[in-house]
Design a protein. Structure first.
Length: 216
């Protein structure tokens, strides 16, 4: 057909980008520990603590969730971008959404993830942060007006300065990841804003899609 799949977060200007919304829950003794029929949005206190830890470390985690320059073209508030460090059952601009669920399907949805994120680092970061991370003493943490970075350089800075990322990944892995992301970012113009260049799409397709496809 002459067509190929594209996992670029924002391949076309003026159209909503592509996300890898990550739905997670935790089971213990065959029970979903996120479920509480009497809880807020039918979620347990543990589930809300999990959410609060993700929101607390949202800026620290952003580079894991959005590790390419193009990812930040997707985080555009004009196109339902989940770039707000909030949790909501209805607001699709929130980084974390609480979908309608039951005793089996209760979960939280981390929406601020680009489709070219490393899935192993992503899930490891979400689960360990949600279980072991800190909870910030911020008034209205789940609804405060706070935003994720709109460019990869701010995300790299947040990631590099975060003590939690050192604990999460170790100093060596953290520093190496920063080096790789800086090198990748420096290959792209810094001030493209929302403009997506044709070579950007072509490079992403050749490296991410065709290379990986040829491995199978």
């Amino acid at each position: 057909m002459g067509l190929t799949a594209c996992f670029l977060p924002k391949p076309i200007v003026g159209v909503n980008g592509t996300g890898m919304h990550s739905n997670v829950s935790i089971m213990k003794d065959n029970k979903n520990v996120f479920w509480d029929p009497q809880g807020l949005e039918k979620m347990s206190p543990f589930a809300w603590q999990f959410v609060d830890r993700i929101l607390t470390h949202g800026n620290d985690l952003c580079l894991i969730f959005n590790s390419s320059v193009n990812s930040y073209r997707r985080l555009d508030p004009h196109f339902e971008a989940p770039n707000q460090l909030k949790a909501s059952a209805v607001d699709r601009g929130s980084m974390v959404r609480i979908p309608l669920g039951n005793s089996s399907t209760a979960r939280l949805e981390v929406r601020a993830v680009a489709p070219d994120a490393n899935p192993y680092m992503l899930l490891y970061s979400i689960f360990r942060t949600g279980i072991e991370g800190n909870i910030a003493e911020v008034e209205n943490l789940r609804s405060a007006q706070r935003f994720l970075p709109d460019n990869i350089y701010d995300a790299i800075k947040n990631f590099h300065n975060a003590e939690w990322k050192t604990k999460l990944l170790g100093e060596d892995v953290k520093e190496r990841f920063v080096e790789l992301k800086k090198a990748s970012a420096d290959r792209c113009p810094r001030l493209l804003g929302t403009v997506v260049k044709a070579p950007e799409v072509q490079f992403h397709n050749e490296v991410y899609t065709q290379f990986l496809w040829n491995l199978f």
